[in-house]
Structure formats: C-alpha cells, structure tokens
Design a protein around this ligand. Sequence first.
Ligand SMILES: Nc1ncnc2c1ncn2[C@@H]1O[C@H](COP(=O)(O)OP(=O)(O)OP(=O)(O)O)[C@@H](O)[C@H]1O
Length: 427
Amino acid sequence: MPEPSGTSTTTPPAGTTGARIHLENLTKTYPGSHAPAVDNVNMEVKAGEIVIFVGPSGCGKSTTLKMINRLIEPTSGRIRIGDEDVTDMDPVRLRRKVGYAIQASGLFPHMTVAQNIALVPKMIGWSRARVASRVEEMLDLVGLDPREFHGRYPRQLSGGQQQRVGVARALAADPPVLLMDEPFGAVDPITRDHLQDELIRLQHELHKTICFVTHDFDEAIKLGDRIAVLRERSHIAQFDTPEAILTNPADDFVSGFVGAGAALKRLNLSRVRDVGVVDFPTAGIDDPLQDIFDLLRNGSTNELLLLDRNRRPYKWLRRGDLARAKQSLARAGTLVTDTVTRDATLRDALEAVLTDNAGRVAVTGRRGEYTGVVDMETLMNTVHELLEADRLEALEHQHQLQEQRHRETLLAQEGLDTGEGGAGGAA
Ligand SMILES: Nc1ncnc2c1ncn2[C@@H]1O[C@H](COP(=O)(O)OP(=O)(O)OP(=O)(O)O)[C@@H](O)[C@H]1O
C-alpha cells in the first residue's frame, strides 16, 4: 500500500484504473507528404502498464502518441481503449478517457493552478462542487499544498511545480489512460529525477495505463514496464521489458540506443525497496543529551543518526563528536545532506552513498521520515547478484537461439520448411 499522502486527505482516490490500448495498423500521412510519418503500427499496451516510446528524433513518437487521443487524426487504422473502438469517437468524450501531459509550457498562463486543473472536469460537465474538491485532491496527490498553490499562476511556480500541476491536470478527470509527451524534458536533471520518482509513486497508487515519450533511454529504463524502441516511421525495432532490451538488444539499431554502460544502466532497474534496508541506531533531537552520550559510549555503536522532531534524518553523530557537543548538539555531528526514498533507483542510492564520507545513505518515507539506511556493502552485493543473474539469463537466451538454429538446420536438411520467423519483439 502507498504511504499516506502528505498534506490533507490520507486515503488515495478510489479512482479508475488503467485500460488496455490497442493500436491496429495505425498510419499517419501528413498532408503534402508522400511517405507516412507513422506507418502501420500494431501495438498492445496492457491495462495498468507504463510503456515508453523511445527512438531517434523525427521517428514518429509524438505522432503515434497524439493519435491515441486524436490530437492528430489517423489516416488509417484503428485505436481501441478497453473494449471500445475510439477511432471515430467524439474527441471531447475521448479526452475523458485519456489524460495528456506535456512539457511545462502546456499550462495556460492566464489561468490559475486551480483553473488549469479544473479544465477537463468542467468541460465534461462535472458539478462545481465536485470540480472544486477534485482540484484539492489532485494537488494533494501530486504533493502540492492546495492552500498554497490553488490561486497561483504558472509563472509563479518552479519548473518542477509546473510539471506537477501538468500531471494533476492530466489526471483530473480520472482517465484510465495517461499520455505523456516528454513531460520532464524542460526541467533540470535533479528535479527531473524527483518527478520521475513521483510518477512511480503515483503509478503505484493509481495503476493507470501510461504511454510516455522520451528521448532519454535512462528515463525509459527507469520508468518503463516495457519500452518500445522505434525506428523511422514508428516501426517497432523492439518492444520488451527494460531488462530484456538491456541484456538482449534485438539488433544493432537497438544496441546503439542502449549505448555504453549497460551495467550502470542496470542500476536504474532496481529500487531501494528491493535491497536490504538496514536499521541504524537513532536518537531524537529532544532526547536528553545524557541518553545520547550513554548510547554512543556504552552501546555497540560508535555512530548514530539524529532525527528531528518530525523523525526526519538530521545529523550523523559519531562518538568523537561528543567532545565538541558540550551542553548542546548544535555544533556536533555532520548534517544529513542527501536521503533517498524507497522508490529511488539503486543508481540514485549509489550516487548518494558515493558522495557520503561514511558510505551510506538514509532512506526516508513519503514525508521524509527515517525508515532505514542503505550502505555500500549492501549495494555492491546487490549489484553483483543482479549482473550475474543477467549474465546467466543472456547465456540461456543464446543457448535457446542456438538450439533453435540447430533444429532449423536439421529440418532444412530433411527438406522441411520450419516456418519459424526471426526473433521479433512487437506485440
Ligand atoms: N504537422 C506536421 N506536418 C507535416 N509533417 C509533420 C508534422 N508533424 C510532424 N511531422 C513529421 O512527421 C515525422 C514524425 O514527427 P514526430 O514529431 O512524430 O517525431 P518524434 O519522433 O516525436 O520527433 P522528436 O523526437 O524530434 O520530437 C517527422 O518527419 C516530422 O517532420
């Protein structure tokens, strides 16, 4: 279960979960073009999964995405959402089913945050009261305090906050499907990382079906349940899990996309919650000084983590720091500068651990409260295990391919056609 929400309501919205998307022979030829921009795409996105479209610039990612909510009308082919053929559906009705988030500029600058979020619910005729409460609920969901952000204009928000509002707006009418077109393309790398973590957290709560376009393969690995690597005209080069694409790229085109450093990229596929988060001795900032002294002097530990009044990690305190403490902890210890959540990737955790002097990082819950610690040793062991498992899987796959080829050769010698095709990836 997700941890409770931070600001007001604590129960996640009992909302609509995802619906299957089915693209059948979907084609778009822009007026005046000879060749199609998207050519005969067939793809099934399962209910509740995140599928990422990656591929070179101009290969047709956005066109494919925008045909799903008919911002671009297909030239031919069909789109199904759930059991319904939406190819000819009234676009206003369709947009009730499909939320859409783009880069921050997608917010209307002359409308407040609340007005931006209320847009689609109003358009589809929700009552004023229902819209108002939905706006509050959505702001809360994306981690913005409704009291503070309700009446602000987009220009009064940071890039990351604008992006959160964009996601809130896309989800406001509770659509089963969410389309995201490079939503985090315009923010700095750190904010981007946080927004990605937020999306993962949201998805744990909401289980929407999400199609997400990005240029960034690392982002694809981090967010995708499956990745569609597209070549020109949206032809599917490989459509598979991040693990499969990293360990068994279908061809040179896909390998080129995976790029160097597959081992490091592998770290983006596992999360802190998948490794052993260990307990660490802690004390509260208001605990009697003597108790803290005693714990460090007599206990089995020579270091502890001091928590603030909200149980957030505050300082690392070593036995040697006590000499400087005198009657107060104000000047003793080392401030905690970095923490990770349980949804952070191992890559984020490794980075935090590498920049920490003592080689560990505190893990926090939704409201920043302490939940444990990850250290270098745990990370190293996990990474070795992961890479070894990948290696064995790749060997097994190679072995299977060799056997298949061998079988085909034998059958061909017997004069029989096997009819087995190559190793395709498309659904
Ligand atoms: N409105 C349009 N009229 C004509 N051609 C278009 C139009 N929009 C896109 N195209 C062309 O269609 C092809 C696919 O464009 P699309 O924007 O879908 O690609 P993309 O993969 O999303 O690109 P990028 O990664 O650069 O955003 C490109 O060759 C583009 O020039």
